[in-house]
Ligand binder design. Structure first.
Ligand SMILES: NC(=O)C1=CN([C@@H]2O[C@H](COP(=O)(O)OP(=O)(O)OC[C@H]3O[C@@H](n4cnc5c(N)ncnc54)[C@H](O)[C@@H]3O)[C@@H](O)[C@H]2O)C=CC1
Ligand SMILES: O=C(O)CCC(=O)N[C@@H](CCC(=O)O)C(=O)O
Length: 495
């Protein structure tokens, strides 16, 4: 039996002051136990406005501080993360229902983000001086101003951090609205930023549900919005930003990601990569494989049989269990029930379950993984099912499998498991996605590379290593110490 948790009082951080929200009451529930762990009121419109004013006021002093000082504060934050790794990992596991081992890797990714963001800032948006006669030509970068960051629930520390750290290093000030499903992680993280010495107003925390998000996105003065979340919300924000070419909008959204398997000698290794791609974090990664293409062949049959057998044995268990599970709970009992419904909907269209996804307790977020053969199903809607449900398509020709893999409005990640380099060459040339892997899982993208998708997965503003690009705008300057006449005047001009 788990111990009852103390309910943490939910607060906003506005201009360096922790304060109660004045909007609607909401709660965060640990989906592994159904206990309320955090409770507070959302930020109302007036508080959103106050936070904006604080961020605007802080902007000039923050952006005009030497870069070395901003980096020093980011590095002090990394130190805070290091010193508090276990506590923050436990907060993540509690707020999301994720296993403790995965939550620890999330904190490690947050720590790694600091050095990577400093390097990316310097390499992608640093200062370049080019020689020119009688003057100097510079390429420099400036921060946008006040930007909003909206985060998802699946990586409530790492993914908002992937926008916030590069934004702050570049000199922006930030209004951060975390997912309403993971407010505790955000509160804990902001405490660490404060302990790192971040000045008041530079990073403001606005907790709340959709109404708070709308109030922030509607602020006329914000200079940009960096969003990681569902495709639906991202599309709404894109519509809202239409007609505002001066505001920068970076969208990282979902996927309906394909993984194709063809002629792999090491069947166990193929099964490993399929499971890591499909079921890690209970399928709650935007990069997870949702559609698995397996050849109609003896090799394909062997891989599918081994996959079904390994999937049935996958350990699902409590986040803090001593014997750690492969994955723990989904974000909520509602999300878990949603996956059961998605499976039933696909079955109604002719899908045949090879392994049934089951919700273990209607009050909790635990589900076992599912595999469903949709080879003979009616056309399925092009949807992202954000959980551990893998659709299998049997194919006979690689070209048509690639065409079907591309038959989606999304384009986040895609992979090929195949021993033939020629097959990969064909796959790489035809597949449309922002992450394309060969003989490796399609989850676990590196922060040291660009991260993002095309189509309905994003708007070509890749994050991770390329986040530096949307956190600052380039300025071209030609400069000379004194005004002086050129050696040759233009024709027709006499002075
Ligand atoms: N491509 C990527 O980098 C990633 C994408 N995702 C995607 O995120 C989704 C899961 O995250 P969720 O938290 O469910 O996303 P969500 O879209 O429900 O919420 C994301 C954020 O937007 C806010 N929001 C929701 N509706 C809004 C509105 N109308 N106006 C303003 N703000 C609003 C939410 O409160 C939250 O802070 C999945 O679809 C997943 O694929 C998740 C992680 C990474
Ligand atoms: O942003 C980064 O630093 C790297 C991207 C990353 O961590 N991706 C993860 C999962 C992101 C998600 O699913 O929400 C991955 O590729 O597994």
């Amino acid at each position: 039996m788990s111990q009852p948790q103390t309910i943490i009082q939910g607060l906003q951080l506005i201009n360096g002051q922790w304060q109660a929200g004045a909007g609607a009451l909401f709660q965060s529930v640990d989906p592994a136990t159904s206990q309320v762990i955090w409770q507070g009121q959302a930020a109302d419109e007036q508080q959103v406005q106050q936070a904006y004013q604080a961020a605007r006021t802080a902007f000039y002093s923050w952006s005009s501080r030497p870069l070395t000082e901003r980096i020093a504060i980011a590095e002090a934050f990394a130190e805070q993360l290091r010193a508090n790794t276990e506590a923050l990992a436990r907060t993540i596991a509690l707020d999301t229902g994720k296993s403790l081992w995965e939550s620890r890797t999330e904190v490690a990714a947050m720590i790694g983000k600091i050095a990577i963001s400093v390097k990316a800032h310097q390499e992608r948006t640093g200062t370049v001086e080019n020689p020119m006669p009688g003057a100097r030509a510079f390429i420099r970068h400036k921060p946008h101003g006040v930007v909003a960051v909206f985060g998802p629930y699946n990586f409530p520390g790492h993914l908002p951090n992937g926008h916030i750290v590069p934004a702050l290093i570049a000199g922006n000030t930030v209004l951060f609205k975390p997912s309403e499903l993971t407010p505790l992680v955000a509160q804990h993280t902001l405490e660490l930023w404060q302990a790192a010495g971040l000045p008041a107003g530079v990073l403001n925390l606005l907790q709340g549900e959709v109404a708070t998000g709308k109030a922030i996105a509607n602020l006329p003065g914000i200079d940009g919005l960096f969003f990681t979340g569902s495709s639906n919300t991202g599309h709404l924000l894109h519509k809202q930003f239409a007609g505002h070419p001066g505001k920068i909008l970076a969208l990282e959204m979902g996927g309906n990601n394909p993984l194709i398997v063809k002629d792999v000698a090491d069947v166990k290794a193929a099964v490993h990569d399929i499971i890591q791609s499909s079921f890690i974090t209970s399928g709650q990664r935007c990069t997870c494989a949702r559609r698995l293409f397996i050849e109609q062949s003896a090799n394909g049959d062997a891989i599918l049989a081994a996959l079904v057998s390994a999937t049935k044995q996958l350990a699902v268990g409590a986040p803090f269990a001593e014997q750690q599970p492969f994955y723990a709970s989904m974000i909520s009992s509602k999300a878990a029930a949603g996956m059961v419904k998605a499976q039933a909907d696909i079955e109604a269209l002719g899908g045949v379950s090879l392994v049934r996804l089951t919700q273990l307790d209607p009050a909790l977020g635990f589900v076992t993984p599912g595999i469903i053969d949709v080879t003979h199903a009616a056309a399925l809607p092009d949807e992202e099912h954000f959980g551990p449900l893998l659709k299998v398509y049997r194919y006979s020709d690689l070209h048509s499998a690639i065409d079907e893999a591309n038959n989606t409005s999304f384009g986040l990640s895609a992979g090929l498991l195949a021993d033939s380099a020629a097959d990969y060459e064909l796959f790489f040339s035809r597949i449309r996605a922002g992450i394309v892997n060969w003989n490796k899982p399609i989850t676990g993208a590196s922060s040291g590379a660009p991260f993002g998708g095309i189509g309905a997965s994003g708007n070509h503003r890749a994050s991770a290593y390329y986040a530096a690009d949307y956190c600052a705008y380039p300025v071209a300057s030609v400069e000379a110490d004194k005004v002086s006449l050129p050696a040759t005047l233009s024709p027709g001009l006499s002075l």
